[in-house]
Design a binder for this molecule. Structure first.
Ligand code: SF4
Ligand code: SF4
Ligand code: SF4
Ligand code: FES
Length: 640
């Protein structure tokens, strides 16, 4: 794994020392003494000093099994599944944690290695309680695959017969069943290093070790931001998202209900992976067909309200700039985006005094819900009480967002159920549909037309790019000065990126912006959000106007509800698919969407940020701080 691609810095890791990377700097390629000879299973190769045995083996396609190792995370070296035999060493060595600094000979599948691995897997299974057929990870479980690969047919070291821990189903987003946990600590490293939230930790010692929240509080009562990144990296079914599939089926089967679904762009670029397609194969139109065949009454596109978000959020920014520059008001700038519910909960917990910087615009999911139960219901003559509004999202935090008490401005719950990409794939499989080979079909209107600007919301930098395309054109009357509308400075995978856009000439209404250089910033993953927030607290962002933050690495396409596995390469492939699809769309700027023009003409008549928009499409936030609830859960059921 190229460390540069990791969406966090090892130098700033808050992980306990035992869980920090045992890094050994590789010498620059080509320098004297830079490479070292290694013989792996009789294959000779030369690798840069400090390369681990695991990395060296991968480079020649020798597969060594792993469990605690993950390409996104620092090294842990705790599971020992990756053991190999190194000549002249008495004990078997963990290949993921063994940097090659002198010439060595390695055997990756000697009898001693195979026996050792089988014993390790048996030891993991001894304390593992769960039935594969009823497990969310059945057929996509690393523990299950290892047991199969190593021919585990019986429990050599015994097997517990009863669950040891209560399940924690307190959260609207993430469920924990520690009976299936193998203590690999990927979730701990994800939460601490990747997301810099830190609600999970390995506690106690030896056979008593377990992964716990602070004082064993329910997940809903600690400062979890519901991002689900821990689920994406858990090798077993110990962590999963709360699945509303049964409730959605019940609504579909109820003839009195009008069930609509909105689908977000990043699940469409990833759901194919659940059906064997390569990452980055978009199946948007086949998915439309699948959803209709499943029984949804209408299939809509979240991109419609992503465009609406740009209109509302962009206008909010321009009005703030006018208040600051013309009316000399004190307004909290820069403005931060608000479409990532993980990020919103993060700032509510960690920087509650900075909530004034967050745009009040609801996320596209929630705007959609509010519009469906008002404008759409009215146009179609349907009682909103009979509408069941479902969303397909890449994100486990969207489930929590649906349950926020303030999300009922339509007079009803804006969005009833949020399904993740994995959950919808399960429902499609239940119907026996072969998604990749279904015929293609279009979205329904009036809520089924989105622009390319909305489509790129699915990737980090996308919201900013969409906003720039619209805001710049509204202010200057001209297109953004980038070839093919590609606002390249905000694209990419660097954790924090920025762009400066001088406004040389402005239209009459926006003359006060003439000569101003719009400065924007983009960050993804809450570890990077923390860096940006700390800059804000130190007063280093005073010249900036707009900042996009997405809670998940890579943005929504790396969300906690997306297909597993995840890696930097997989996320890059999904991003490519999104950028490719957007360039083929007839409209690529939010303000050009004909149905956006229609909704402002027909329904939101005062225009963006008007009274009705404020009522339906904007929201408020809760300064939560780091308050921890009083309840206790995850009690031991039986003694270890
Ligand atoms: S975690 Fe894996 S091995 Fe355990 S029950 Fe689930 S699928 Fe089976
Ligand atoms: S959902 Fe996110 S914040 Fe919550 S425990 Fe998992 S990684 Fe940590
Ligand atoms: S919950 Fe999952 S990721 Fe966390 S330690 Fe257990 S098995 Fe590993
Ligand atoms: S994968 Fe190497 S110790 Fe776990």
């Amino acid at each position: 794994m190229d460390k540069k691609k990791r969406p966090f810095s090892e130098k700033t890791s808050r992980a306990p020392v035992s869980q920090r990377p045992q890094s050994f700097e590789k010498t620059a390629k080509g320098a004297l003494g830079a490479t070292v000879k290694v013989i792996i299973d009789d294959i000779e190769l030369h690798v840069p000093m400090g390369t681990t045995i695991l990395e060296a083996a991968k480079s020649i396609n020798v597969n060594i099994p792993t469990l605690c190792q993950h390409d996104d995370l620092c090294l842990a070296g705790v599971c020992r599944v990756c053991i190999v035999e190194v000549e002249d060493q008495k004990t078997l060595q963990a290949s993921c944690a063994y940097p090659i600094t002198v010439p060595i000979k390695v055997k990756t599948y000697s009898p001693k290695v195979r026996r050792g691995r089988r014993n390790i897997i048996q030891l993991l299974l001894r304390n593992h309680y769960g039935e594969c057929y009823s497990c969310s990870k059945n057929n996509n479980c690393e523990l299950q695959s290892l047991a199969k690969e190593y021919g585990v047919k019986s429990y050599t070291f015994g097997h517990i017969e009863e669950p040891r821990y209560e399940q924690d189903n307190s959260s609207y987003s993430v469920e924990r069943d520690m009976n299936k946990c193998v203590l690999c600590r990927r979730c701990v490293r994800t939460c601490i290093d990747l997301q810099e939230v830190g609600v999970l930790e390995a506690v106690e010692k030896g056979a008593e070790t377990r992964i716990a929240t602070y004082l064993d509080k329910p997940l809903n009562d600690v400062i979890c931001i519901n991002c689900g990144q821990c689920i994406n990296r858990c090798p077993t079914g110990a962590l999963k998202a709360k699945d509303p599939a049964e409730e959605v089926w019940a609504a579909i089967d109820d003839p009195a209900k009008h069930v609509i679904i909105q689908t977000a762009p990043s699940p469409r670029a990833a759901i194919g992976e659940e059906f064997g397609l390569a990452p980055g194969t978009s199946v948007t139109k086949q998915l439309n067909t699948a959803l209709r065949r499943m029984g949804f009454d209408k299939v809509f596109d979240t991109n419609f309200t992503a465009d609406l978000t740009i209109m509302e959020e962009g206008t909010e920014l321009l009005l703030k700039l006018r208040d600051v520059l013309v009316n000399k008001k004190k307004i909290a700038l820069p403005q931060f985006t608000s479409c990532s519910p993980g990020w919103v909960k993060y700032i509510e917990h960690f920087y509650p005094d900075k909530l004034g910087h967050v745009s009040t615009a609801k996320s596209p999911q929630q705007m959609f819900g509010a519009i469906v139960k008002t404008w759409y219901a009215e146009r179609e003559g349907i009682d909103p009480a009979d509408i069941v509004s479902v969303s397909l999202m890449p994100c486990s935090a969207k489930k929590f967002e649906c349950e926020r008490p303030e999300m009922d401005d339509s007079g009803f719950k804006d969005v009833d159920f949020a399904l993740t990409t994995r959950e919808l794939a399960g429902m499609i499989k239940e119907c026996g549909m072969d998604l990749p080979n279904l015929p293609k079909s279009e979205f329904d209107n009036p809520l089924g037309t989105g622009t390319g600007a909305a489509l790129i919301f699915g990737t980090t930098g996308g919201v900013m790019e969409a906003a720039i395309r619209t805001v710049y054109e509204i202010v200057t009357g001209e297109e953004v000065p980038f070839n093919k509308l590609r606002v390249t400075p905000v694209r990419g995978t660097e954790g924090i990126r920025e762009a400066a856009l001088p406004v040389k000439k402005a239209k009459k209404e926006w003359k006060f912006l003439e000569g101003v250089t719009l400065k924007v910033m983009v960050g993804h993953g809450t570890a990077n959000a923390k860096k940006i927030m700390d800059m804000l607290c130190r007063g280093e962002l005073s010249g900036y106007h707009f900042i996009e933050i997405m809670a998940c690495p890579g943005g929504c396409l790396g969300g906690g509800g997306q297909p597993i596995p995840t890696s930097p390469e997989i996320r890059e492939a999904r991003a490519k698919a999104i950028y490719k699809e957007e360039e083929g769309l007839p409209y690529r700027k939010s303000h050009e969407n004909p149905f956006i023009k229609l909704i402002y003409k027909e329904f939101l008549k005062e225009g963006p940020c008007g009274d009705l928009s404020h009522k339906l499409l904007h929201t408020k936030y809760t300064p939560r701080g780091k308050w921890i609830g009083k309840k206790k859960v995850a009690k031991r059921l039986i003694a270890v």
